[in-house]
Design a protein around this ligand. Sequence first.
Ligand SMILES: Cc1ncc(COP(=O)(O)O)c(C=O)c1O
Length: 481
Amino acid sequence: MDRSRTNSGPAEDLLIELDREAGVPLHRQIESSIRTGIRAGRLRSGTSLPPTRTLAAGLGVSRGVVVEAYQQLVAEGYLTSRSGGYTRVAAPAPPAAGAGSAPTARPPVRSTGSGAGFRIDFGYGRTDVSRFPRAAWLRSVRAVLTATPNDRFAYLDGRGVPEVREALCDYLNRVRGTSSVPDAMVICNGYGQGISLLIQVLARRGARRIALEDPSSDDDARVLARAAGLDVVGVPVGPDGVRVDALHRTDADAIVLTPSHQWPTGAVLSAAARAEVIAWAERRGAIVIEDDYDAEYRYDRSPVGAMQGLAPDHVVYCGTASKTLAPGLRLGWMVVPARLAADVADAKMLADRGSPVIDQLAFADFLARGEFDRHLRRMRPVYRRRRDALLHALRTHLPDLEPAGVAAGQHVVAWLPPGLDEAAVVTAAARHGLGIHGVGPYRIASAGPGGLIFGYAVLGESAIAEGVALLARAIREVRGR
Ligand SMILES: Cc1ncc(COP(=O)(O)O)c(C=O)c1O
C-alpha cells in the first residue's frame, strides 16, 4: 500500500514550539521545526500541512510569517505547493544515478529489494513478487473467511493448523519424496525462523558444534549458533556439493545443507555423498538440517528427491514459500524427526505463539485446490528464460567467466578467471550502476576462486543482457588498470 498521504485533506494542527525570547526570527523557527520533522520521518512524504492562515492563527503569528517559512522550504525541496492546492511534504530526493550503496563486506543474502539506486541489480534473494497469484490467493482467503468457524481463530498449538500440515505433507511426499506425517510438521515464519528454532532446540539438548557449508548463505545460522554457545565450523563445498571427507573431520553435532541446489555454487549433492552424510549422522546421532529453499525450480529434469525421505529420523526438512510465492508471506515449514518434534513445537510456541492462522488456512486451501502446482507450472518457464538469457549474455560478453551449477533456482554463480580480483570487479560494477555480490563474503574459511552471484529472478531478459554488458565494461576497466 502506498504509505504516502496524497489523498488526505488539509491538516488542522502541526506541533511547532516557538520561542519568542530566542532572538531567532519566527519564520526561521517554523522552517527549522518542519525541516527537522521531515528529516526525522515524523512528517512523511505526501503529508499535507495546515493552510497558512490556519497555522498562523494557531501560532499567534501573522500569516506572512508562515508564508515565508513555507516558501523557503518549497525552495529547498522539502515541500511542494500547487496554487489552490495544499502544501505537502515532498517525495524524498531520488538517489543519484549509479550511486548505489557499495556492497558491504558481507551483503545480506535475503535482500529487502534493490532500493540501492543501481541501474540493474543482480542482488540475490528476491523472487518475482509481481507474479504473485493474487486472484487465486484471494479466492483461498475468501473461502477461509467464509467457511471457517469462529473457534478456529483462537490460539493454536505450536505445530500449526492441521489443514496446512496435511496439505503440505501430501505435497512434499508427492513432489519432494519426503517421508512425512502431519504430526512431524511444524509451520514457521520462513526458513529464517525455522533455523533459529532448531538451533535453540539442538543447543538445549546438548549440541556443541554445528557445521555449515562453506561458502553458504547461512549468516543467520552463524550468528544464532554462536549466540546459543555453539561452535561453528565450515565444511568446504566442491563441484558436487559439500565435501564429505571434510565433514568427517568436524566433530559436529549437526550440519546445515542445501543438497538439492547448493547456495551459492548451484551444485547438487550426489547420491553417494547423501548416503555418506546420512551414515555419518546415524553413527554420531547427529542431525542434518536440509534447507530445500528452491527445489521447485529445476529446469532440465525433475529435481532430486529430498534427503529427508532417506532418513526421517536424522534429517530435518525445511521448506519455504519465499522462492515460490513471496518472501513477505513469511511462511515456512519443517518436517522434524519424532524425537525433536515436541521440542521444536514448544520453541515455536515460546517464540510467537504460532504463525498466523488465516494465512495457514489460506495456504492449505491454495495447496488443496492445486493452485500451488499451477503457479509453479506458470513460473518455471519464466525463470528458465531469464536463466537462459543470463547464460547467453555471459557467453557473448564474458566468455572467460565460468558459470557453475545445475539448471535450477533463481541465481547462478560464475567463477572469475585467475588474476581478476572479485572485490575490484564488484566495486567497478557498482560504479557502472550494476549491483552484484561476490562469493568471497560468503566463505567461512575456505579458499577458492573469485566468483559472482547473479540473482536473475526479478529481471526481464533485456535487463539481464544490459546488466551483463555493464559488467563487461566494468571488467574491462579493472583489467585496463
Ligand atoms: C539458502 C537459502 N535458504 C532459505 C532461504 C529462505 O529464507 P526465508 O524462508 O526465511 O525467507 C533463502 C532466501 O533467500 C536462501 O537463500
